[in-house]
Design a protein around this ligand. Sequence first.
Ligand code: GLC
Length: 574
Amino acid sequence: MSTPTVDVNQNGNVKTEDTLCTLAEFEECDFSKLLEKPPRILNMERQRSLDERSLSDLSIGISPRLSARATDINTSRIFEPLDFICSPVGRRSGFNTPRSQTGFEPHPMVAEAWDALRRSLVYFRGQPVGTIAALDNSEEKLNYDQVFVRDFVPSGLAFLMNGEPEIVKNFILKTLRLQSWEKKIDRFQLGEGVMPASFKVLHDPVRNNETLMADFGESAIGRVAPVDSGFWWIILLRAYTKSTGDTSLAELPECQKGMRLILSLCLSEGFDTFPTLLCADGCCMIDRRMGVYGYPIEIQALFFMALRCALLLLKQDDEGKEFIERIVKRLHALSFHMRSYFWLDLKQLNDIYRYKTEEYSHTALNKFNVMPDSLPEWIFDFMPVRGGYFIGNVSPARMDFRWFCLGNCIAILSSLATPEQSTAIMDLIESRWEELVGEMPLKVCYPAIENHEWRITTGCDPKNTRWSYHNGGSWPVLLWLLTAACVKTGRPQIARRALEIAETRLLKDNWPEYYDGKLGRYIGKQSRKVQTWSIAGYLVAKMLLEDPSHLGMIALEEDKQMKPLLRRSNSWTL
Ligand code: GLC
C-alpha cells in the first residue's frame, strides 16, 4: 500500500512524498511474540486515532487529496505493533485491591502497596488530585508533604492500569490551572508555560476553605525551575488518553493551550547550535547540584518523548499546526544529534580514545573537541563488549560519561533509541548487573563521584556523598521504568529478576525513597520511608509484567521515517 509521508531533510525542510509501506515493515518488530501474550484487537478502533499520527501521517503541506487518503491509510496502520498492546478502558489488573475482580494470586506485597498508595491520596474540595511524596512522619517534612508532578507519574499510571482514570484527569486539570499562575522569583518572572515542581492543598479551618499552593522553583532548594514537569505532564496526558480512549480531555482548549505553552518554552529559537535543550543543574529528578547542567540525558529523552506525545495530542487547527511543524523538524534534528553524539559503545569509545583534537571546519570528526585525556578510567572497564548507552551529557569539550538510568529507559520507551540501541542498553544492564542493580534496583547514575571531584561537582553537598542519594544511590522507583523498557525490548526476565530482589526488602524496609552503598545494601542516610513513588513504581512494574498490554500507554513505536535519514549519516555506526 502507498502512504503519504512527511519527510524532513537535513536542512529541516518539510516535504511530502509517497512511499511504499510493506508488510515486511510491520513484521520488523513482532511485539506479539516479545510480549508473550496473544495480541488483543478488540479495542483497536477507538484507540487508533491517537496513535496514528506519526511523523509520516501528518498532513503538513499535504494536499486535500492526500489528506483524505491519510485517513484510509490510518485504518491500515492499526496493525502496527503498539496498537496490539493498547489498553482498553477500565481494565483491571486483578490485584488484591478494592477493585480486584479476577482470581489472580498476587504477591502479598501488592495488597500492602495498594493500601499505602491509597493512603497517600491528596484531596482538594472532595476530589482526589494527586499523591503526597512521602507519608513519613518520623522525618522533617521539608516538601515531602507535597504532590510532586514527577512523583505522581507512577501513581497516575498505577491508577490508569487499575481502571481508575479519574484521579489522573483531576491531576491534569489542577496542574493546568497552576500553570496559568503568575510565577515570580524575587523580581524575575518565569516563562508562562512552566509547570510546577509540586503543589500542596492548604486547609483554612476558620473559613472552612481549601486552596492550592504551588512551587515553581521559588521555594525549591537551589531555586531551580523543574524542566521535566511540563514534559511529564504531556506524557501523562497521552497515557490517560491512550488508556481510556477519552480524547475529550486532551481536546479541551485549555489543555491544547497548556501544551502549546510548554512547547513554546522548549522550542523557542535562540543562540543554540544544538537541537538539545540547555538546562541548569538540578532541574529534574536529580534536583540538586550534581554536574548535570548543560544537556542532561534525562531532559533530552523526556523532551523527545514529550514532543512525540504532543504530536499525537495537538489538534490540527491554526495554532496547533504551527507547533506540529516545529515539532517535526525538532524531532528529526534531536534524534540525529542524540543517536550520533550521545551514544557510546565499545567502538565509539575506541574512536574517542583515538580522537585528534583542535580540528576546525565541518569536516572535523571530533566535533566538540573532546580531549581523549578527559576519558575517565572507570569507563574502560565498565563498557562491555556487547552493549552501549546514551551518556549523561555532551557539550563543547565535555562529555559526561556517567550512566543515568531514567534517561536511558525513556530513550527506549520513546524510541529515541533505535531498536539496536535499545537492545544494546539492555545488554549493558545485564552485563553490569552488579554495578547497576546489585542488592537493590536501581542505580540512579553510575558511578558515584568522590573526593576532589565530589567537592567541585556537588559543591561539597553532604546529602550527595558517594554512593548516596543522587550520587550513585539506588532508587526503587526506577523499577517501573526498567520494567517498561524490558517489556518493550522483549526482555521481561530482566525485570523479573530485579523485582525479585526488590521484593526481599522493600516492604520490610517500609518503602524507602533510596538506598546507599555501592551495591545499594543500606537504607539511604536521609531516605524517607513510605515514599509514594517507590510504592507506585513497584505496582506499575508488577502490572506491566502481569499484563504487558499496559505498555501501550507509556511507550511509542519507532517512527520509520527517522531511519533513512540516519542511515545516510557518516557518523552513524550502528
Ligand atoms: C527529591 C528527589 C526528587 C523528588 C522529590 C520528592 O527531592 O530528588 O526527584 O521529586 O524528592 O520525592
